[in-house]
Design a protein around this ligand. Structure first.
Ligand code: ADP
Length: 272
């Protein structure tokens, strides 16, 4: 199935939660973004998926139990599986907050739990069951998946980032565009929160990708799957398959709505 005009939006954990405060959602921003999504969707004929990151909900627990590293056997087994379950529950709790907010704004949002429809092998998604997602989209319902703790054929379980889930869905469902909302203006040559002289890169493509990857430092994000480098890598893989993406600052009111209405050049575009 290839839908005409399927847009995938990602709301970053940095936008919808306070990363330094466990289990603290940013209700004000969530409410505003729901309104922007609602307004844009009203004048849009295509299909929409609104995915979101976990921020301060699952990540502190995932880090504490090492869920990303997989199931621990032996004496640690019991704590390890509890850590998995707690992480999955935390991710799902934030999902309910997002879905509720979208519903309040009249957006027909439906929770979509990735751990219930996909399987990974060494953190790579190897199979998924997307028939329900296709049916939701066909009827203009809006699936809301999220970065989740999922089962892994080799590791037992792991964390799959929202970017990776988006990449999978975008390829399998034939997306036309991906909009990634985060808390900075786009991809910079170095972390703009740490370096005042960091420069915004308007376009990432094959000619400047090697330089960008070299200059970007590995993640200092508290999220186990976080950081801008991971986003660039995942989004470039997607670009190579023909799906363009844009990283924008969703803390700036109106930007998500403008991006959904087709305005370009609002942040960093990632193309092949
Ligand atoms: P999200 O929760 O929105 O997915 P992350 O916290 O994982 O976002 O990543 C976004 C953060 O990455 C920004 O807040 C920024 O401080 C940091 N960062 C590090 N290096 C860069 C870079 N080169 N360009 C942009 N942001 C960067």
């Amino acid at each position: 199935l290839v839908l005409a005009g399927l847009i995938l939006v990602k709301l970053g954990g940095s936008v919808i939660t306070f990363k330094d405060r466990p289990f603290k959602a940013n209700y004000e921003v969530i409410d505003r973004l729901s309104m922007e999504l609602s307004e844009a969707y009203a004048s849009f004929n295509g299909a929409l998926i609104v995915a979101h990151g976990g921020g301060s909900f699952p990540h502190p627990i995932a880090a504490k139990y090492g869920v990303h590293e997989g199931l621990k056997e032996g004496v640690n087994h019991r704590g390890s599986v509890l850590g998995y379950a707690l992480t999955q529950d935390a991710a799902s709790s934030l999902n309910r907050v997002i879905v509720s907010s979208l519903l309040r704004h009249g957006v027909p949002a439906v929770s979509l739990q990735p751990s219930a429809f996909l399987i990974a092998r060494r953190r790579v998604i190897v199979s998924s069951f997307l028939e329900p997602v296709k049916a939701l989209l066909k009827h203009r319902l809006i699936p809301v998946p999220f970065g989740d703790a999922v089962m892994d054929e080799e590791l037992g379980f792991t964390i799959i980032s929202t970017e990776r889930i988006i990449r999978h869905l975008a390829v399998k469902l034939g997306a036309s565009k991906v909009i990634v909302c985060t808390d900075v203006d786009g991809v910079y040559d170095k972390d703009p929160k740490r370096y005042a002289d960091a420069k915004l890169i308007r376009k990432v493509c094959s000619s400047n990708l090697p330089n960008i990857l070299e200059s970007m430092t590995p993640s200092t994000s508290p999220d186990v799957t976080g950081g801008m480098l991971h986003k660039v890598v995942e989004l470039y893989e997607l670009a190579k398959l023909g799906v363009e993406s844009e990283v924008i600052n969703a803390l700036k009111p109106g930007l998500l709505k403008q991006a959904l209405m087709g305005i370009r050049g609002l942040g960093t575009t990632i193309t092949a």
